[in-house]
Write a protein that binds this ligand. Structure first.
Ligand code: G3H
Ligand code: ZN
Length: 283
């Protein structure tokens, strides 16, 4: 069933677990993600990035997500990941997403607040949740600014002034592959969580973060965890080995099956570490 991000985040925060949020760009990815959530009876967030929308097309990606969610035996939130502008956020709010992200994190604080507030006013009329980002999460977003991490007092002000429902915080993770060792500032997560009165915090760039570190971050107050690259890499690895064994293959379905199985396996691992297993409140 397709559910509101507001409801899903509220339940996750109350029960002390994190919603696993996984990106999809096509039917195969989506099928693998939903199958993992159904097998573990877990609520799940399926998310679309701007790049995925550019690749697959807005309507097609929406129809895939809404169709899969409505048929799923578990609660599914359809989320816009890193929506960089007002128009894409409004389009998603209008056409079926149940959660959006207005990512104006590269703008100065006040401009970030006002961009998010604008989206929030529209989204909340339709019970759609809004995620924002404060601070600088490295990786694809570029090189770190001087003081990239989120400050607890800024996070508090940000929630109050923007009205957002969840906040992606910069606490050490980065998108994609890590160059060195992963370091997470757990105390900062605890301090932010306390400053914002327990409101939902989001961890981005969680591929390749050791599982025990993800678990600890959740214990400190994270209620949504984003995973993307690691699933895609697992899928590609399965495709490569299928092709190595079957160099003359031409039936895409035969190649996609091992890819989907590999992605499902990683998705299940991530759902478990989020403590979302068995938390499907609608069955
Ligand atoms: O917004 C998407 C994520 O933060 C995914 O990051 O590719 O490092 O898992 P990742
Ligand atoms: Zn991200």
């Amino acid at each position: 069933m397709l559910v509101s991000g507001i409801q899903a985040l509220r339940i996750a925060a109350e029960e002390g677990y994190a919603l696993p949020a996984i990106n999809y760009i096509n039917m195969e990815h989506l099928t693998a993600i939903i199958a993992a959530a159904e097998e573990l009876e877990a609520p799940i967030i399926i998310q679309t990035s701007q790049n995925a929308i550019d690749y697959a097309g807005f309507e097609y990606l929406r129809d895939l997500g809404v169709g899969a969610a409505e048929r799923a035996r578990v609660p599914v939130v359809l989320h816009l990941d890193h929506g960089k502008d007002l128009s894409l956020n409004v389009q998603c709010i209008r056409y079926g997403w149940t959660s959006v992200m207005m990512d104006a994190s590269l703008l100065p604080f006040e401009e970030n607040v006002s961009a998010v507030r604008e989206v929030t006013r529209a989204a909340h009329c339709l019970d759609i949740s809004v995620e924002a980002e404060l601070g600088f999460i490295g990786g694809k977003e570029g090189d770190a600014a001087n003081d990239p991490y989120t400050l607890p007092e800024d996070a508090k002000r940000f929630f109050e002034e923007s009205g957002c429902d969840s906040l992606a915080v910069a606490v050490g993770t980065q998108h994609g592959l890590y160059k060195g060792e992963v370091k997470i500032d757990y105390q900062r997560i605890r301090d932010i969580k306390a400053a914002v009165g327990g409101r939902p915090l989001v961890l981005h760039g969680t591929s390749f973060v050791p599982l025990e570190m993800v678990a600890q971050a959740i214990d400190c107050g994270i209620n949504k965890v984003n995973f993307d690259s690691e699933l895609k890499m697992a899928g590609m690895k399965a495709i490569r080995s299928y092709l190595a064994e079957n160099p003359d293959a031409y039936d895409l379905r035969k190649m996609n099956r091992p890819m989907m199985a590999a992605m499902k396996e990683v998705a299940m691992e991530k759902i478990r570490i989020c403590k979302a297993e068995g938390k499907a409140w609608l069955k």
